[in-house]
Design a protein around this ligand. Sequence first.
Ligand code: OGA
Ligand code: CA
Ligand code: FE2
Length: 485
Amino acid sequence: MEWTEEHILVLVLGILCRFVVVIRGFDNCLRLDDSIGGGDSTTDSNLFQYDPVEIGHVRFAEIEPGRYVRMKTLAVDPPIFEIPNFLSDSECEYIKELAIEDGLEISRIAYKGSSTNTQEDATRGTNSSLHSRFNDTIWKEKLVACDKDDDELLDPEEALACLPNLRAENVTAAMLSLMLMDLELDRDSDGRIGPKELWRTAEWTPMLAEEVREWIRRWDGGEGERFVKRWKGQTRISDQTWLSALPEDRHFLRELQDRVVALTKLPPEIVYTSEPMQVVRYRPGGHYHAHYDTDDVTSGLECRHTAISLNTSSGDEFVEDRCRLCRMITILYYLNDVVDGGETAFPFADLEYGSPEYEAKFDYDYTDLKHHCYDSNLVIQAKRGTAVLWYSHYTNPETGWMGPKRLHSLHGGCEVNRGVKWIANTWISVDDVYSRQRQYMDSLDSFLAERAANSKRIKCLEGDTRWDRRKGDSGLRSAGHSNSP
Ligand code: OGA
Ligand code: CA
Ligand code: FE2
């Protein structure tokens, strides 16, 4: 494990913060004293992680009784593994069909509650209560008044016609979408304003008016040109849907969860209570610029998955935006081969902190996977049926539980040049505050009991496997065993 300066800083801050009274940020998304620094110290479980050993290392993992898959290490930092034939061709087709049946929607970026937002809200904010500012219904109503084509989003023309704050001399619709993005009013960079973005543009008038004026001054001064040139396009261009494994007829998705349990060697209840599978479709021109699938443990905000269930939130939909994503593992499945483009890229995988190659990253926008896909240190080609697994967090060596985010897990989907790209994601959600993950799963006990009863694999395992974690790699088969299946 490589400890970067950031990690050391995080650790020091974590220790310091234990002595500082943490101000409770919002009624809805609590700041948690005990989450700072990475969780509580008593757990009865270790979260298993495969040892990547070295690039090219091959091992075999049993994903169903008697069925082994080959698992090759693609990177050590973060540990990334490529697993061909994790899904069969017909399974890939089936997942696509389910997604099409459910209907895909334009992907939007999660509005992550981060400490930056908090600060921004504090300096920009008014005294009105958070609740009134975030009230979903109010903002939806306001949006409807401006939304001439009823698509529940304000495109630049609608915004200019309806939001006086944004109107200024000579602001064209084309300029406005850039301005919205630059001023971070268009949080998800989709070029339009949704209800969750409207409150920002509508409420903080004097401040916003000044920012708009300043932006136009810069634009008129010639900065606009440069901005357009360096613009890398939307953060994400794709369609997506979520597939719940709960409906009776979706036994394949439940079977797949059991395959994931076997692969990850995690307690089944962690896998079962993680997010539903996400299916994503990219068309030509589609991409997802480099990002993290998870947030760091240091923000002091609640994990979204446990916050929603533990009802520490008031139930309004904006709560999600004030929480963080706590995803320890990503398993990404390619559902087809892509004719041209659409690789998955990790700009920093295995890049030594401070090395010349590392420093060179800062000469360009390494998150721009439309223009810099192949500058990434690891580029994985999409191949139907292949699963790619990586760890976005360290484990805490003292507790065995979730540790800090791995900074080199930054990744994204390169632009698709020809053909369509289909992927699915399984995210393993874990709260770094162990007691909260425990409480979350306990609150789902009856669901889990039913789920386990429906699970072929769990039925054939003897005894209670819930917290009976094997430590370390059980080493099913390792590289070099010529009789490996
Ligand atoms: C994602 C993601 C990469 C890809 O969906 O979070 O990073 O290759 N996708 O599509
Ligand atoms: Ca938008
Ligand atoms: Fe991702």
